[in-house]
Ligand binder design. Structure first.
Ligand code: HEC
Length: 144
């Protein structure tokens, strides 16, 4: 048992040397360039911005492997797919595509369940989901 514990500790220390810096803040004019009612903005800010904006709020443990590996991947991928900080620069067609995807995404996999383990407050209530859906539907309708 003692050997196993020592082995686990050594592995834990060892993996800290695998370089894996989490993505840094990208200076952008706005943290959020999306136009939405205040209540919707607040929900997106709380539940989506850590991965879908240029301004991620990292908890202290996010630089510790193996958490840093997941964090890096989630933030890089999240920003690459859809970034609310650069939303205003998207073509209407792209905005429309995201607005149509958002209601489905929050029903199935967003925010990612692995993220919610440590970010309970980011969990969407039924009322949150409803507010996002109404906004996304109306905003898509305005673009069409
Ligand atoms: C822990 C990080 C994380 C959080 C928090 C998060 N997302 Fe994501 N999101 C991702 C990743 C990674 C992808 C790309 C891979 C995938 O689709 O699973 C993604 C993809 C998406 C897509 C699909 C985009 C496309 O190009 O098809 C939508 C829509 C989306 N997220 C909406 C949301 C919304 C709305 C929230 C907040 C309620 C949210 N996400 C919160 C990480 C996150």
């Amino acid at each position: 048992m003692k050997k196993l514990a020592i082995l686990i500790i050594l592995i834990f220390i060892g993996i800290q040397f695998v370089p894996m810096d989490v993505p840094a803040d990208v200076p952008t004019k706005a943290v959020n360039s999306i136009e939405a009612p205040e209540n919707v903005q607040a929900i997106l800010d709380r539940s989506c911005f850590d991965c879908h904006s240029n301004h991620t709020i990292y908890p202290w443990y996010s630089n510790i492997a193996p958490v840093s590996w997941f964090t890096k991947h989630h933030v890089e991928e999240g920003r690459k797919h859809m970034n609310f900080s650069t939303w205003a620069s998207y073509e209407d067609e792209k905005k429309l595509k995201f607005l149509q995807k958002i209601p489905k995404a929050i029903q199935s996999k967003m925010p990612l369940s692995s993220y919610l383990i440590m970010h309970q407050d980011a969990k969407l209530s039924d009322a949150d989901k409803e507010a996002i859906k109404i906004w996304a539907t109306e905003a898509a309708f305005d673009l069409e």
